[in-house]
Design a protein around this ligand. Structure first.
Ligand code: ADP
Ligand code: MG
Length: 675
């Protein structure tokens, strides 16, 4: 082979023609580097197979068998579809292999040849079969027992990919940079890059495979963390945050306007914010903590701090109800200090919206609270200096940033509704500073959770009647269907409850109501004009009605655990015990019940977040939400949490000790962080 480097384009290899190059591009592979870092999806372990006689339908497994017979057939009605049927046996039974439209396989599966087969077992007309299984001619050699299985695109085969990658591994002389010095690698029990790449593709043993994987997982996390930390470092250097002279006792002054005492962690976050500003940094901070830990006050503190300096500040909330709640709760606070504050949502009358837009443009309004309407092109600020986003998970990356782009060097604070597992925070928010509010203001809140089968709903109604007779109010929540609220089912439930409990005043709330309607309903509920509020999941985000004591969640299995925890967080806010009642409709489904049981067993949002992550896996996290971080190729933030932690520590150390230029030269070609 010619002289090849990591940058050599794949077309330059003798075994890659134009067609193949195209197929490889479809997999995102352009040069040798890409190819070497295309990790196998899984492996075929030629040492492990089952007796054919012991196969069980639906299992995914391997067997070893000799070809007994083979036959090519056509499907009569669709004559262009042909299939090859091969019977293999190991003496304990017969397995049929079915391959569609690959007539050339006839020559490969010649009689008496022995094969290793891997696939899903099906039963067809009483016979065991596998459709399009993976196969490998069985050799009595001790080499290559563990074979890689790669992702493919049309025009590529496993055999071709294996040959190609093997040839590259044998011929390449310059490998990617070593990430850590020998001593560190030794301590972590990870080998060098050459060993890792060779063994991830063609492992010589299970132990080598594990070592190779550890190396590559660590490398991936390490480079990701370096990229995130570097981004943070350069951003903060470039930023020309306004250096304002904040009085020493700003927190005390703020405190003097509050009806309660700030908790220690609340004060700590406020101190962090002050320190950032004093340093001239542009704040980029995420605040997370348990539901009800009092994140709003911290957000308001930041708005207040900036607005007092004559600059504008904005608070973005995901729903009208939540935005209004913030506005109602804090309007007086700002007005008392002569800080003009306004509220903006899409549903306001045009004249009102214009009035606010003018006030924002002229700089007269200093604090603006609202929904997505804040992101509209039509809104121009005079001198926006801080953007606070509440319930950040309800916004996409682009949306979150849009508010920030309405000014220059805008400070940016994000409130996360739920506690975030460390691994997620590191992976997705690693470029931000993170503050945790780890303590609830009124001491540990108690919400007791129960599961009731739908047949026992009567008991739930009895329980609610009792609560109401004690002067307690609460919520009935009906589930969303595929992300959309199910308004019909909310209306039905509302009618049913009115019928079953005529003595109780009930209201209905859903997202399709006009703003004024919603507003009236929420006011009435706060004033205890209604003792039960039937609602879609609109109430999930941030609603704070301290007197609410119970929440009944219909078809609880349709909600994610984090969402259930949010809903549960709506009750027991005044210091009394709250009750959360889950009514799953699939009471007999084992997985669902296990999930819900695990939910009612813990009151910790951190634990729930961890469980959720384990159940849903990182795939979901990576796929659904856009985080601006490249997808992980090999690392798994659930399984490899420990390595992720170590990688962060090492990266922090390296960022301090090594110059930015060297880092960029060495690694950063490999990171593409675009958030
Ligand atoms: P979350 O962190 O879930 O957003 P909120 O900001 O809605 O929590 O706060 C929950 C409730 O606790 C609110 O009614 C708020 O006024 C109250 N609260 C916040 N901080 C304190 C405190 N230090 N002492 C007492 N009550 C507080
Ligand atoms: Mg909140």
């Amino acid at each position: 082979m010619m002289n090849i480097t990591l940058e050599t384009p794949l077309e330059a290899l003798p075994s890659v023609g134009e067609k193949r190059a195209k197929s490889l591009k479809k997999l995102g592979l352009n040069n040798l580097f890409d190819l070497l870092f295309l990790f196998p999806r899984r492996y075929l372990d030629l040492r492990n197979f089952k007796k054919i006689g012991a196969l069980v339908p639906d299992e995914f497994t391997s067997v070893k068998g000799k070809v007994m017979a083979r036959e090519e057939q056509r499907i009569p009605v669709r004559s262009r579809v042909s299939y090859l049927k091969v019977a293999v046996s190991d003496g304990s039974g017969v397995l049929f292999l079915v391959f569609f439209n690959q007539p050339y396989l006839k020559d490969i599966f010649s009689i008496d040849k022995e094969f290793f087969i891997n696939g899903r077992v099906e039963v067809f007309k009483g016979r065991m079969q596998m459709i399009n299984p993976l196969y490998e001619e069985y050799r009595q050699v001790k080499k290559d027992w563990i074979l890689p299985v790669y992702p493919l695109s049309s025009g590529l085969t496993q055999k071709y990919m294996r040959k190609l990658i093997k040839a590259v591994l044998e011929n390449i002389e310059v490998y990617p940079h070593e990430i850590l010095p020998l001593g560190d690698r030794h301590n972590l029990n990870i080998p060098n890059i050459k060993f890792a790449l060779k063994n991830i593709h063609f492992p010589m043993s299970d132990i080598n495979l594990e070592k190779a994987r550890n190396y590559l997982v660590f490398r991936e996390f390490f480079i990701l963390q370096l990229g995130l930390l570097l981004k943070k470092k350069t951003e903060q250097k470039q930023g020309k945050g306004i250096i304002v002279d904040i009085e020493k006792d700003a927190i005390k002054v703020f405190q003097s306007y509050l009806p309660f005492n700030l908790t220690a962690p609340q004060k700590k976050v406020m101190e962090d914010i002050i320190a950032d500003i004093k340093e001239g940094k542009i704040i980029s901070r995420m605040v997370h903590g348990e539901v009800g830990s009092g994140k709003t006050v911290v957000a308001v503190f930041a708005l207040w701090l900036i607005a007092r300096q004559g600059y504008q500040s904005a608070l973005l909330a995901p729903t009208e109800i939540l935005a209004e709640q913030h506005y109602i709760n804090w309007q007086k606070f700002f007005l008392e200090q002569n800080i003009p504050v306004a509220f903006l949502i899409g549903q306001l009358p045009e004249a009102e919206k214009n009035r606010i837009r003018n006030g924002i443009k002229s700089g007269e309004i200093k604090v603006l609270v609202g929904t997505h309407a804040l992101l509209s092109e039509a809104l121009e600020f005079k001198n926006l200096k801080i953007s606070v986003v509440d319930e950040l998970h309800k916004f996409g990356v682009k949306q979150r940033e849009r508010l920030r782009e309405k000014g220059e060097d805008v400070h940016y604070i994000m409130m996360s509704a739920t506690p975030i597992p460390r691994s997620v925070a590191l992976t997705f928010y690693g470029a931000l500073d993170v503050s945790v509010i780890g303590e609830l203001p009124k001491g540990k809140r108690q919400v007791i959770s129960y599961i009731f089968p739908v047949e026992e709903k009567d008991k739930v109604y009895e329980f609610v009647k009792y609560q109401v007779s004690q002067g307690k109010q609460g919520y009935f929540v009906t589930p969303a269907i595929e992300g959309n609220e199910n308004i019909e089912s909310a209306i039905k439930e509302y009618e049913r409850i009115k019928e079953i409990m005529p003595e109780i005043s009930v209201s209905l709330l859903h997202g399709r109501m006009s703003y004024t309607e919603k507003d009236e309903i929420m006011k009435g509920f706060r004033e205890k004009k209604a003792m039960a509020l039937v609602a879609t999941s609109v109430i999930e985000s941030g609603i704070d009605v301290p007197e609410a004591a119970y929440v009944v969640i219909e078809q609880a299995e349709r909600f994610g655990l984090a969402q259930l925890h949010q809903l549960r967080g709506r009750v027991g806010r005044a210091g009394d015990v709250g009750y959360c009642i889950l009514i799953p409709y699939s009471f007999t489904d084992k997985d669902i019940m296990e999930r819900l049981e695990s939910f009612i067993k813990t009151e910790s949002g951190f634990e729930i977040a961890e469980i959720d992550l384990k159940i849903r896996g990182q795939g979901d996290l990576l796929g659904v939400r856009q985080h601006g971080v490249p997808p992980l190729r090999i690392g798994n933030i659930v399984k490899d949490m420990e390595l992720l932690g170590i990688a962060r520590e090492k990266a922090e150390k390296v960022i301090k000790e090594v110059s930015v230029d060297i880092l960029k030269e060495k690694f950063l070609k490999e990171v593409f962080i675009n958030e």
